[in-house]
Ligand binder design. Structure first.
Ligand SMILES: [Zn+2]
Ligand SMILES: [Zn+2]
Length: 547
């Protein structure tokens, strides 16, 4: 097939980070979006609910977007869909379960109205503008996951989403190896693939290894079993339900996102949980402890999650009990290790037995390790390779693997978000550089919180605040009363009180020096005094009124 035109591959999220996956393909002024994920905030991103990709490039070209394809139902792939659809009302294509989870998300955000959702089946293809998109099944930690073969006039691209080569997956549906081999025969110009575990040698174990680990936990637990995982880790929910049935326990769900997801997955037939196993939470709380398992969110130790609240003793519906066994069934997202560690310690302090993946195989990764990544490359035999879905070091390692397998170094392209890559004439090169940073979501505010505000929050959190309210006589510039001082997170109120005479003096020096109108000069004078006194730099705010 003769190739013509230029295909732009536009990475907007997931390259150089873990989370908020989003890639766009642009050909002849028409754009296809693949995935619209969110990222969970890091420890230093104070007060942020989550982060969405900066897709300003697409917003400005909203009328050119011909479709949005979602590969699977994890938050780092669907989480931002309501934001994106609000700006870019394009049709969405997803498999049945993924679509169901998207519907749940849209409904929870009052955004169901305008969405045009299309269900596609693995093994089928859809023409979306100039893109022929072939959906094929791959194994991951959620059923109905797909990856994509994307045919364009400029070339053929295989976009591997999150995958592992699991021969005994929970849903019994292995990866479509035949399709990958067929792609290979057709000739793949460019492969994009999941780099999450590119630093991990060997093979990722099958989801099946969790069964025996759960058996052991369920057998030995003297009281309740509380399993924490992601609400979208549907395969894990199935495994807990299976263990519950096997060990004569009833299962209850805590948390609305988990309840909603399980409801839709059961309705669509992706979760098989007999009615007699799944009971409402309040009923489970009335039963004998060794007869129940509770499933909830919070495996990353998020303070607002149920496990986070249990660890702090602030959960409303139920509290920890002494004989509880808490299972954290997920792997720490990079950056969350400290929070998780703290949460584990708190849970233990409150009397729970805590089991996490360092102690027992209660979690396996849903992502391919090196041998699987190599096998993929050897099956697909791509001409060019672009690692996606990972921090920079993981992308680089994945790129090295490709080179070790014989893909020429100049055909391996490691880039981060915002660096457009172009495929034309069978060759690949770097294109334009566009913004690819973070958009912070904080309550109803989307993108209003910028790095300056984040720095301010950091400063407040580290050093506290020192507020001074002064009134001066507008005629003679004399202070009308002692400065009023309020401090938070800096020193004790008594210590602050002791500082007043000197603070007053410093203010007078500025006022008498003619700096009357300048709150900034006053603040600076106070800052330098506070630094002399405490060797700390709180945020100093001055309000000045004239009477
Ligand atoms: Zn995933
Ligand atoms: Zn992912």
């Amino acid at each position: 097939m003769s190739k013509h035109g230029k295909l732009k591959i536009i990475p907007l999220g997931g390259l150089g980070e873990v989370g908020k996956n989003m890639t766009a393909y642009e050909f002849n002024n028409q754009i296809l979006i693949v995935d619209t994920g969110i990222m969970f905030p890091k420890n230093d991103m104070l007060g942020i609910d989550y982060i969405i990709p900066d897709y300003d490039y697409l917003r400005k070209r909203a009328n050119k977007v011909v479709g949005i394809v979602i590969t699977h139902g994890h938050e780092d792939h669907i989480g931002a869909i309501h934001h994106v659809l609000n700006d870019i009302p394009a049709p969405v294509y997803a498999t049945a379960l993924t679509r169901g989870l998207i519907e749940v998300k849209l409904a929870r955000n009052n955004a169901s109205g305008k969405a045009m959702l299309h269900t596609v089946e693995a093994g089928k293809s859809v023409e979306i503008g100039p893109f022929k998109v072939e959906f094929f099944h791959i194994c991951h930690s959620i059923p109905d996951s797909v990856s994509l073969g994307i045919t364009t006039p400029a070339g053929f691209v295989v976009h591997m989403s999150d995958f592992k080569f699991d021969h005994t997956p929970v849903d019994g549906w292995p990866t479509d190896y035949a399709k990958l081999a067929e792609f290979s025969r057709r000739g793949v110009d460019l492969l994009l693939s999941d780099s999450t575990n590119s630093e991990r040698p060997g093979w990722t174990p099958s989801e099946m290894v969790i069964g025996p680990a759960f058996d052991k936990v369920f057998t030995e637990a003297p009281g309740r079993v509380i399993v924490a995982t992601f609400a979208s880790l549907i395969s894990r929910i199935q495994q807990v339900a299976d263990a519950a049935a096997k060990h004569g326990r009833k299962m209850a769900l805590a948390g609305s996102s988990m309840i909603d997801n399980v409801k839709i997955a059961r309705k669509l037939g992706y979760l098989e949980i007999p009615d007699e196993i799944l009971i409402p939470l309040d009923q489970a709380l009335q039963m004998q402890d060794h007869k129940v398992v509770l499933m909830c969110t919070g495996s990353q130790g998020e303070p607002s999650s149920i496990v986070g609240r249990l660890s702090a003793g602030t959960n409303r519906q139920f509290d920890l009990k002494l004989m509880d066994t808490v299972v954290l069934s997920s792997h720490p997202i990079p950056g969350n290790e400290e929070t998780i560690s703290k949460t584990i310690n708190r849970l233990m302090r409150r009397g729970a037995n805590v089991i996490y993946d360092a102690l027992a195989p209660v979690h396996v990764s849903g992502h391919a390790s090196q041998e699987e990544q190599k096998l993929l490359m050897n099956i697909v035999k791509p001409k060019h390779f672009l690692p996606i879905h990972g921090e920079l070091r993981q992308l680089k390692r994945h790129g090295q693997l490709a080179v070790e397998l014989g893909i020429p170094e100049e055909n391996v392209i490691v880039v981060e978000n915002g660096q457009i890559v172009e495929l034309s004439g069978g060759k690949i090169k770097l294109g334009e550089r566009i913004p690819g940073g973070y958009v912070f979501v904080d309550g109803q505010s989307i993108g209003d919180i910028d790095y300056d505000i984040m720095r301010e929050r950091g400063k407040l959190a580290r050093n506290g605040i020192f507020l001074i309210d002064i009134s001066v006589d507008k005629l003679n510039g004399r202070l009308l009363h002692d400065p009023e001082i309020i401090t938070r997170g800096f020193v004790s109120p008594e210590d602050a009180e002791e500082m007043i005479p000197e603070v007053r003096q410093r203010i007078m020096d500025v006022v008498n020096g003619g700096g009357l109108d300048n709150e900034k000069d006053i603040a600076n004078a106070v800052k330098s005094y506070l630094y002399e006194e405490t060797k700390r730099r709180p945020m100093v705010l001055v309000t000045l009124s004239k009477g």
